[in-house]
Ligand binder design. Sequence first.
Ligand SMILES: *[C@@H]1O[C@H](CO)[C@@H](O)[C@H](O)[C@H]1NC(C)=O
Ligand SMILES: *[C@@H]1O[C@H](CO)[C@@H](O)[C@H](O)[C@H]1NC(C)=O
Ligand SMILES: *[C@@H]1O[C@H](CO)[C@@H](O)[C@H](O)[C@H]1NC(C)=O
Length: 335
Amino acid sequence: MTFLKTWPLRHALLFILSTYVAVDLMVKHRGDPNVTYISSHQWAGQETEEWPGQAEVCSRREGYLEIGDVHELRYKSRMKAGENPWHQMKWVGEVAPCRVKGHLIDKLDDWRNFRRGFTLGFTPDVEDRTHILPWILASKIDLNQRERRVFIDVGANYFNTSVTWFMRMYPCDFTEIHAFESNAQLLQKPSRGFDEEANSVEGNPWSYMTKVTPEAPQWMLDRINIYHKMVGDEDDIANNAINITRFIKEELQLKPTDTVVVKIDIEGGEWPTLRRWINDPDMPKIIDELFVEVHYNHPSMAMWDSYSSGEITRQDAKEMLGDLRWNGFFAHFWP
Ligand SMILES: *[C@@H]1O[C@H](CO)[C@@H](O)[C@H](O)[C@H]1NC(C)=O
Ligand SMILES: *[C@@H]1O[C@H](CO)[C@@H](O)[C@H](O)[C@H]1NC(C)=O
Ligand SMILES: *[C@@H]1O[C@H](CO)[C@@H](O)[C@H](O)[C@H]1NC(C)=O
């Protein structure tokens, strides 16, 4: 009798299990970043296991701004204040309540001017980017799988300001680098490449194996293109300015199947371009990850920026990042 009774139960369990596996596969497959673009809106609701109320919050733009009770709700569900011994060490920052392209991303921490380590005195350098490292998209998905892997640095400053940071720290082997800096005196390629073979000391008992300090290998320099031009929302020959949207879409012909990482730091000139991009559904598909310094008018910015961003407030900057994420850009504040 027992034998007969348990058979339907086994069938039912098998059915439930296979349905679960099928649904799980479907959901995961939908998340392939380079196949189909899933907007953050569509993603909302799939992460209910994270913390109570997340699905509801993530179905709204406000989810990315982390207003009022949103923060409390998440915090309460994790731990009570003061009980976490690691709290003081987490200066890299907290996680945002809502995912972008299905992946966790850093919280938009305007209280610390988006630079937690510097504001708390953990680093003396405002250019420190340690807080960004744990959230980089290429550490979650393999961006090296794509044949064309492009880094675009808009407002590069010195070669060592951000180009070398991305080449060294970003976990992707870029096949093309396009760096823009209007001031030709700032941005120059390292003066020479070097030949690894000719520069090595044979039989040196120490681990120091080079004759002269090498600069950058030639194969790496060959991938770098430098443009001494202004970058903005429109082509303006008189002002030596190029339209970055056209450059990405038409000149470089970049596609969603390419790896594209973009960094923008152009002293307030980013606003018209970012406003265009949040209304252009192609751009978050083409750009895998975006790093942008959004300039605003605030005393905390005055120390580094002679540029005053007029009436633009810190809240506007935060909302711009929220809107970029809402529209599917895996976007962080830079630096
Ligand atoms: C991305 O696209 C390539 C080529 O179409 C494919 O082989 C690869 O599996 C895709 N990667 C992911 C993570 O889906
Ligand atoms: C970056 O390059 C500039 C110009 O060559 C130099 O003055 C500066 O010291 C360099 N900074 C670092 C961190 O290497
Ligand atoms: C910049 O280029 C994009 C893409 O080609 C185009 O849609 C846009 O109108 C251009 N911007 C201006 C101000 O013309």
